[in-house]
Design a protein around this ligand. Structure first.
Ligand code: ZN
Length: 239
């Protein structure tokens, strides 16, 4: 039997060897990372396309998608999501490549952008868009919660991940009337209790906005309407 000191030495030697064979690479471009870089190289980090929407959460094209369907006070994404570009690679790694730590790193970035650019200075409570329990078991973590953890670290806002529960895994929209769809969207999530503080709903990527609409509908049903949507990325909106 090896002593624990020896085990430690062997492990250290082994991890050094693994790093030599498989150097850490940027999850956006695949280039080798240099000391001081974490998950994403500096070049990719500087190249992420900002939406510029953080300065005006209440009036922008993302807000226009949701306003009128549900009650909320703002909606923003930090970066644009373009096909085959860095943000898409990062979101793919976060969702499908077991890169839970990447979420925290990107969440801190969101926190810094929020503090620097967003005019909203209230103390918010963070609610990550929940995964269905079956999907959570499969993935091992909720990518939106990882982003919220990093965001919380930077801003000091508390997290309330259990306030919203996902009852249905997929949103089905085909072959249904407008009324059916409205009912369907309103039964996907459930809010467990009312809180009086304003809420930031944290998501990874906004595409159609249907998931967010369903989350906000559940919060609205409990009387929560001071809601700001904050997503790491959003598909570009063409007017
Ligand atoms: Zn890179």
């Amino acid at each position: 039997m090896l002593s624990s000191r020896w085990k430690f030495q062997v492990l250290r030697w082994f991890s050094g060897f693994v790093e030599l064979l498989f150097p850490k690479v940027c999850l956006a471009c695949g280039d080798e990372l240099v000391p001081g870089e974490d998950f994403v190289c500096l070049h990719c980090m500087m190249d992420l396309p900002p939406t510029g929407l953080l300065g005006n959460p209440a009036h922008n094209p993302i807000m226009d998608k949701l306003v009128g369907k549900v009650s909320l006070s703002g909606a923003v994404a930090v970066y644009w999501f373009d096909k085959h570009a860095a943000v898409q690679h990062l979101m793919h790694a976060l969702k499908y490549k077991k890169q839970a730590e990447l979420g925290i790193r990107l969440g801190r970035l969101m926190g810094a952008e929020w503090q620097y650019n967003c005019p909203m200075k209230e103390a918010f409570v963070l609610i990550p868009v929940p995964l269905h329990p079956a999907r959570l078991r499969k993935r091992g973590y909720n990518q939106a919660e990882q982003l919220a953890l990093g965001f919380a670290e930077k801003t000091g806002f508390p997290l309330a991940p259990h306030l919203l529960k996902r009852r249905v895994n997929n949103i089905t929209q085909t072959g249904k009337t407008k009324e059916d769809r409205w009912q369907n969207v309103r039964s996907i999530f459930e809010c467990t209790e009312y809180i009086h503080q304003p809420v930031i709903l944290v998501d990874d990527v906004i595409t159609t906005g249907s998931t967010l609409e369903a989350c906000i509908a559940a919060l609205n049903q409990k009387g929560i309407t001071r809601i700001v949507v904050l997503s790491f990325a959003a598909a570009r909106i063409h007017p």
